[in-house]
Design a protein around this ligand. Structure first.
Ligand code: DI6
Ligand code: FE
Length: 397
């Protein structure tokens, strides 16, 4: 996935030398004899298969209680996602279920979901809080995210999403809840090292641009990078706010004005596209992909795995959806779950491409060309996934 003359940065007849948890060398078959000849190493012939960087899902809400099947039934009899939220369902119902569920039970459900994602080639995942909306439940969610990283072969980026919805205790007082986030919740959670970045839901049904700005200011004061659920259901000026704060990413972006693409480019903010939510909510307004392309905005693709708007665990399905629903090329889509997703998590120096000194995170596929990962409606799982030089699932031959 390195930029270069070949599409996808593809190396025909390539080799990778792994030492410990890092890539020591990578190159073509011609040079493998020169380099590996001098090395005392175990050699594995992967038999003309395709190796990609480990896939990175840079936007998920995978720790949650309960499910939203009854809301799905309601939506199919004509009630909209926004109407359900306004009536106290939606995110609020998952908040109740998450508050009421024991930590071990939540952990176990999340572990099973995450294992299935690893089986699909994921080596790094972002996990948001946001179904607690009080300090103890938000911490509980982020502790679970941390424990998942300890117990499964995957890296976890933890995001605090306290400003996801207004909790019932603060009904009618959104500004007081924002005070509470900025003064109490965020400092408490940051002091426990439970957070790598801070997110908010800037939307008519959630928090205003002004309220989001306050959360971003508090995060910046604590030295934490920000990201944003921006312009998903309406143009709330979210993408330009994200750019103003040099956010790591601005996510969704269906209603973003094309003119804001240059702000994202200047700020180095990655545009994260979430075709699963677009599909599941039956949206018709598409993100301004052409403007992102024209302005050289990095475009990432993620599942948005969550029980309400995108109950989808498959990054491979997201790849296909990004191509079909948002007209990304297969190369753009694959960059979106590797290079661009690594940038969206601030780890491109360490992951996202196969390069010497980067982490030995990769997936081995029964495929000969990269587009085979995008072209089916959900590609078959990889043969093997390697994380930090260790086999995470499957086998190498
Ligand atoms: N936008 C989303 O797509 C998810 N959160 C958000 O702010 C949906 C979360 C949910 O419906 O539970
Ligand atoms: Fe989301």
């Amino acid at each position: 996935m390195q930029a270069g003359a070949e599409p996808y940065g593809l190396i025909d007849h390539g080799f990778i030398v792994v030492a410990g948890e890092r890539i020591q060398d990578i190159g073509t078959a011609d040079s493998v004899h020169r380099i590996a000849g001098d090395l005392d190493c175990k050699r594995i012939d992967c038999g003309r298969r395709l190796i990609t960087p480990g896939l990175i899902d840079c936007h998920t809400h995978l720790v949650y209680g309960g499910n939203r099947a009854s809301e799905f039934e309601l939506r199919l009899t004509g009630t909209s996602y926004a109407d359900i939220a306004a009536a106290g369902g939606g995110i609020q119902s998952t908040v109740q279920a998450t508050r009421n569920e024991a930590e071990d039970v939540l952990f176990d459900a999340a572990r099973q979901r995450l294992q299935r994602m690893i089986n699909q080639g994921i080596t790094t995942v972002e996990i948001k809080s946001g179904y607690g909306l009080d300090t103890s439940t938000e911490s509980k969610m982020l502790r679970i995210a941390q424990r998942l990283e300890h117990e499964l072969p995957v890296s976890v980026h933890k995001t605090f999403l306290g400003a996801h919805a207004l909790p019932p205790e603060y009904s009618g007082q959104p500004d007081s809840y924002i005070d509470h986030i900025c003064q109490d919740m965020l400092p408490a959670i940051a002091s426990e090292s439970l957070v790598n970045s801070v997110d908010a839901f800037c939307e008519t049904i959630a928090f205003s641009n002004v309220q989001t700005r306050r959360v971003f200011t508090a995060a910046s004061d604590l030295g934490l990078p920000v990201r944003l659920h921006a312009d998903q259901l309406s143009d709330s000026g979210g993408a330009s706010l994200a750019a103003e704060f040099s956010a790591l990413s601005a996510d969704h972006l269906e209603y973003t004005n094309a003119a804001v693409a240059k702000n994202l480019a200047t700020a180095g903010t990655v545009a994260v596209l979430l075709p699963g939510a677009f599909y599941y909510l039956g949206e018709t307004t598409r993100p301004p992909v052409k403007a992102f392309r024209d302005c050289d905005v990095d475009i990432a693709v993620a599942t948005d795995m969550n029980p309400g708007s995108s109950p989808m665990e498959s990054i491979l399905l997201a790849l296909n959806m990004a191509c079909i629903l948002f007209a990304l090329t297969p190369e753009e889509a694959l960059r979106g779950v590797t290079v661009a997703a690594a940038r969206a998590l601030g780890v491109l120096h360490d992951r996202g491409t196969l390069e010497p000194a980067k982490r030995a995170d990769f997936a081995l596929w029964n495929a000969t060309e990269p587009a085979e990962l995008c072209y089916p409606i959900g590609a078959p799982q990889p043969v093997c996934v390697v994380n930090s030089g260790q086999i995470a699932t499957g086998g190498l031959v």
